[in-house]
Design a protein around this ligand. Structure first.
Ligand code: MG
Ligand code: MG
Length: 265
């Protein structure tokens, strides 16, 4: 069915900023516990408690039956990993923590891939370059450009390293619903696809693989893995396009204080 873009007002933007702030605080809280030996279910519990402490609702929990507050995707899991009893972090893993929260009826949704202990140089590069592809994409996410400009930017940036771009999943508009129009693929042609306009709120989320871009879904109906079981990285930021320009309302600054990185947003 055709879905129309739901344009936001300045008062909607203000609510979206607050929802994004809950996610920023939650990712920082979860970051404190990311170390070898920690059970994934414990990270999920920390995340859910933090969201609820801020009077928000974990939007992933119960979404089409998803059983947890966080998507925790380790190594060859690209996205939508379910924290399961008995699964825990090991030195050298990477984990994408994707968090969603609803506050005052509006959604926050963004993600960061963390290193667990010491990761190999090639995995570190995959993470850094995936994050950089998101930064490059944000630079072109301005009114008048198209979703094709965003996708092309991600694809061409990571393409120089021969990484794979997952095509089956994409970024999205966001607001009162977690997934609104437009879809924001991580590949595309410049100038193609839906045009970005003032009043939009969007999530850009490159999902980049070290090997082949081919993926499969596990029997749990959620977990997305690479077919070759090489690792994947995933970063997501949330942006609003206002009359003053594009503003990144998600933030890695709080989690950066925990893990000691420098983050542009
Ligand atoms: Mg998203
Ligand atoms: Mg997300």
């Amino acid at each position: 069915m055709f879905r129309r873009v739901k344009y936001k007002t300045e008062s909607d933007f203000e609510k979206l900023r607050k929802s994004a702030q809950v996610v920023a605080v939650t990712l920082a809280e979860v970051a404190k516990y990311i170390k070898p030996g920690v059970p994934l279910t414990y990270l999920d519990q920390i995340g859910e408690e933090c969201i609820r402490d801020h009077k928000a609702i974990p939007s992933f929990k119960g979404y089409d039956g998803f059983p947890a507050a966080l998507c925790l995707s380790v190594n060859d899991v690209v996205v939508h990993g379910i924290p399961k009893a008995g699964d825990y972090l090991q030195d050298g893993d990477i984990i994408s923590v994707d968090c969603g929260a609803i506050l005052n009826g509006f959604h926050g949704d963004f993600a960061y891939t963390f290193a667990v202990g010491e990761v190999s140089e090639e995995v570190r590069l995959l993470m850094d370059r995936t994050k950089e592809s998101l930064m490059e994409a944000i630079d072109v996410a301005v009114a008048g450009n198209t979703v094709g400009d965003i996708g092309h930017t991600v694809e061409s940036y990571v393409g120089q390293f021969n990484y794979g771009v997952v095509r089956e999943l994409c970024g999205h508009g966001i607001g009162k619903d977690m997934h609104e129009r437009p879809d924001i693929p991580n590949f595309g042609r410049p100038g193609a696809g839906d045009r970005l306009h003032e009043g939009m709120c969007i999530c850009i989320e490159p999902m980049i693989t070290m090997g082949s871009r081919k993926i499969y879904m596990e029997n749990d109906g959620w977990t997305i893995r690479t077919q070759d079981h090489k690792p994947a990285a995933h970063y997501e930021h949330q942006l609003v396009i206002t009359d003053k320009g594009t503003e990144v309302i998600s933030s890695y600054k709080l989690l950066a204080e925990v893990i000691g990185t420098e983050e542009r947003y």
